[in-house]
Write a protein that binds this ligand. Sequence first.
Ligand code: SF4
Length: 1003
Amino acid sequence: MSPPARASQTRTLVRAAGLAAFRLALVARALEGAPLDARRRVVIVPTRASAEVLRQTIEASVLGPGRSAVVLPDLLTRDEWIRRMHQSLPGAPPLLTRTAREVLLARAARHAARRTRMGGAPFELRAGLVAELLTFFDELRLRQRSVRRFARALFDELRVERGTDRGSEGLIHQASFMGLAFLGYERGVAGSGGLDEHVLRRLLLAAQPALSFDHVVIAVADRPSDPRGLWPADLDLLGRLDACRRIDVVMTEETHDAGLRERIEEELPGIDEARQAPVGHRPVLLSPPPGDGHAASEIDDPPCVVSRDREEELRDVVRRIRARAIATPGGRAAPTAVVFQRPLPYLYLADQVLADAGVPFQVFDELPLASEPFAALVDLVLAMARTGGTREATVALLRSPLVEFLVDGVPVDGGDVAALEHVLIARQTTGDASSYEAEVEGWGGGRSSRERVDVNRARRAAVAAAAAARHLEPVRAAGRASAQIATITTFIREHERPGVDAGPAEERWRRARAAVFGALDDLTQALARYDDDPFDEDALTARMHHALEAHTFAPRRGRAGVHVIDAVAARFGEFDHLHLVGLVETDWPERSRRSIFFTSPLLTTLGWPQESEHSKAEVAAFHDLVGSAARTVTLHAFQLEGDAVVALSPLVRALHGLPVEVRAPPPAVRTFADEVLTGSISPEALTEKCRADWLALRLRRPPLDDVRYRGRVDRRDPSPYRVTAVDAYVQCPFKYFSSAVLRLPEERDEVAGLTPIERGTLLHGLFERFYQEWQRGPGGTITAAEIPAAVEVFTRLAQEALASLSPPDRALESDRLLGSIASPGVAVRVFEHEAAAGGRIVAREIEQALTGAFTFPFLGGFGQRAIEIRGKADRIDIFDDGSLRVVDYKLSRPPDKESVQIAVYAHCARQQMEARDGRPHPIRDAAYLAFAEDKLATPIAKDRAATAPEVEARAAAFAAAVDRIESGDFPPRPQRFDLCQWCAYAGVCRKEYRMETDAAEPV
Ligand code: SF4
């Protein structure tokens, strides 16, 4: 019900012809009356950035020669205004934080789901969904609907379809659940010792307290028009408060005509109307010349400057701003704004592009907290806590520059961590951090150094890892959720490295740090007070992620120069020149938020506005913005978002009525560092030392046709070769160079669960133990009849090995090894393959080391050479006729058909056994068993007769590859180009040079 017009309250709707007049109206009302009158006034604006820009506009309008100070009214966002209202109720319970309210609602939702006749929750109660539920509840109440009325309206709507349609049944279940959860939440708030804003409104209306203001200027639209606007309940509250004597609602003619007036009149009946005199100027819309590569070809009127991608777009804007400043006497840029709809990535790009071009700029928008490095530290600690310290989790945490671990009073450094990582990889360790000291001792074997690795340094890192894992144990074991999160925050506080570089980076780090601790401490307190059941590991991670993702923070950045601001804040600024960027359909207009719970028609019955009201408001706001500059406006768009082509915003087509002036693009001037440094410039001409050094280094490079760009190095001495490494050479020589010569670590995607190395170690260890036990028991070939017995032995061994894994990893690996309803496990497949192949196996060699000098065919079989190798055959089956089957397990797919690995193993195994036994051991079979393939075995030849020649041919290919390695030839030349797509060294590969040179070579 709307508040009736009251004699004691003046309500005025101020219509302004455009945003320039809108700002004039706001400035006039902000400063109206005696200076101290402003202190009894509140201006409600959409965002904090809007408040900052409006403050600048008000100050610029009055400050100057002869006046250096002005008393400003409070410029508040809606949420800040609610908190101000709360302060006017002395002795009122504290206002609950959003996090505390989510915790209360999560508890209520769980209780609702457990009710006997509810049949569970209609969806999984993840942290993000609980937040959505709370948003829906708030919207319901702010639209002045009670929970009971919500449930009744939905049941009336759905009743006719009850029993006929599963979708409707589901919606009825969901509405019942939500209704009970909301009622439980309201009871929870009542018993919490705090209040939410819905209870606050009730108390304010009942108490009618004295307020710190009596005049409210509303400079924001309502909710259908603006997602940051006021709700019906807000306007209702303002209209009913006795102490609020005057309300001015300021709006433009465009938003007035888009439906705002009717809605305001509904909420504030009896509102009078006033008009703000129009402002004389209109901006010119600057157009690229027709046919210019920058013009959008499909748009004739008005035109838009179209760049390749967002970064190029912002660079183009900067070139225009610099050209204008250079053309201005004194080189001073007139007030200019770069206006975006979606803050990201423009806020990050501004730091690079504007700073690179030396254009000062100011930013007021907030950044997502979750993308700050300090927030990422929480993830590292969580991974350590969840896993107990797998190798990857441990190394990532110990390496983080944000934390420090002391052992014997000395910080563990990157060298210590690298030494530990080397040991853990060498030992193929799959345990957690508690086992690392023993691993280091076992590997070092009493020596102080091995393989050029300092064992003491590895030990220091192992000690630090074990201490960290012990400290974090309560995360898995604590009986209270608050204790789980407090363990993580305490750990970070105790280990964080004090500060980072001084300057803006430190300022930003401090703010992000404060915001992270603020969010997590708030969550800890809310859980301790209202809902302290412990989380399982996944729920804990999701809850902590949600706590950080829901927050933003405002790093202090420039406070002068070009404004880089969002479209909402831009309404409040006086600018001569506007550049609207990102005019593509994904950004403009701003999408309205759709409910994830109910369809639009159902929501309309609950009083939700129609989508069309939002669309009209968006078009109106865009027209206002384009016409709001004093002199020029330029529209910018781009063609590519990542690799996807994007279309121009439909709003561009809806523009009309502005004068257009064709303006040629600014002359091509080298503006950005990459342009300057790749031009004909000498290092002496650069003032910045680091740029001059870089350029000097670059100029010293050899010409691009130098063979060193093609992977050519000096001859290398023979050395022992790992067979798998030479296999990488056969795939692509530069891959070998990166891994075996430069010893670069592979770039790996983060994967859930065990890493490939950990999984490989587990699997190989299991098959090794199985076959040893099998040989001690029945022995020989596993026949079809013996498969169940073999599976039984393997299952027992697997269960012992899996016991040390975390429950999620255990479940996943158990399915892989032992099978599930969906697919057979690897063990059954291996045994079935052996049974089907037949033959009488009399002995097996498991994990057989093939190390030392072996003879290889060379020069097409005309010669021989000895090559020292290091390898290990996973399994060699020896048959009753002395023939050998050599098997290599692959977790995923078999290598390419050019692979030499299994052939070299077979070739060397034959030589080794013949030397040992003094009798022939012909190769019967050599195959990869690849567990990700439907067809398990990939033999190197179709039949037994072809196997031995193929083994010899590939052994010769191995020797040829070794010869090229020793000649120093490592071109980036993959066997197939699609290998590059998955290559772990693509980041350092010089294939571009290679391809350019190839293309230039005469055929
Ligand atoms: S990216 Fe391609 S060319 Fe470069 S190393 Fe990898 S496989 Fe070879």
